[in-house]
Design a protein around this ligand. Sequence first.
Ligand code: GLY
Ligand code: MN
Ligand code: MN
Length: 465
Amino acid sequence: MFSKETYIQRRSFLRQKIGSGLILIPGNQESPMNYPENTYHFRQDSTFLYFFGLDLSGMFGVIDVDSNHDLLYANDIEIEDIIWMGPQKSVAEQAFSVGVDITAPMDKLGQTIERAIKAGRKVHFLPPYRADNMIQLSSLLGIKTCKLKQYASMALIHAIVAMRSLKDAEEIAEIERACAIGYEMHVTAMKMAQPGITEQQIAGLIEGIALSKGAGTSFPTILTQNGETLHNHHHSFTLQSGRLMIVDAGAESNGHYASDFTRTIPVGGKFSPKQLDIYNIVLAANNKAFSLTKPGVTYQSVHLETARVIASGLKELGLMKGDVDEAVASGAHALFFPHGLGHMMGLDVHDMEDYGQIHVGYDDEIRPIDQFGTAYLRLGRRLQPGFVITNEPGIYFIPALIEKWEKEQINAGFINFAKVRDYIGFGGIRLEDDTLVTETGARLLGNRIPINPEEVEAVVASGLK
Ligand code: GLY
Ligand code: MN
Ligand code: MN
């Protein structure tokens, strides 16, 4: 948690931006796993963390713009709870620690909202993403759950996106803590990448690092030798010599900021010439993306330039053909690179995605490109100093996609399908770094995890001591 001044300032800034009305910031509830008392690991809502800082379930923040008051609704615990949970700070003490001086029990929240609605005041809320928060908001506001998204406040979404997009020094320090844990997770995975070890052994160990040094992983770990499946969460295979292992994993710091890195490692520690050819294209794309990351450029243009690096490398290998610019304009690279270059990162690994990606990644100037592959680009708008983004280009050989494109002759003028078929079973390569946009360019966050092929091979060879 940051100092109370940080939260006071954030709420005051939001009040100025919104101008009038009541702003609802619900915290998260405990979420049952298989029966009510057996819950998933608690994760506070990121917007609540940003404005109210408290990492406890059952809280609801209200920012009253007109009266200049912030309120925290929550129930003090009873003696029965203390027996199970130990002594806890009172709600008033918790609120005081984040600069909130008015608290009330949860059953008073309904009256506050009802009074505001009756007085014709605007009640601002964000699109809820958890079912219990939807039900709570629905009953508080008298709006059907299926209509909540439609009535969410666009003014509130835009105001908070503008604030959370620009990370300040204390947020960057938290992200760097998450990056340091991510570094250790990835180097450990590299050292373990030997034939005969199971994916599960490595995934379990690196997730343990995330838990022992921070608040756990920032998203479900992707660790697989079947890296052609982009978000492959299965860890059920035994590593085989000659395969590539993709590790896309990150940590959450104790302050709940994320890291998100991907490395691709040759099982056994030696890239084959065929693997190295593809690896070096992805590495060139990653380095190109970093070199282009600076204030004022559109991230959409960085994505497209990276796609050109990939298409041009694949053309040199004879997998693509024709004019590179035309191939990328026509979306031919997406057979191999079917996702976006990257996304914002902060309290959420895909930061603020719950508000609706279009409001986070795009604006009136830069609209999404509705073409297979580039349509998945989560961020397109102009970069500003203080943005934290990931750059994560990749090349994958996805058998079902190759088969479909060949059968339907999609982008056939740019793809040498006969040659591409030789790569079925290759898997995939993705290389992802976390980057801060600075006043003059960009800076990688955390020490760079070994990425040059010879560095990666040396780390695998060093083994886990
Ligand atoms: N870990 C998911 C992603 O890289 O976006
Ligand atoms: Mn990732
Ligand atoms: Mn990512």
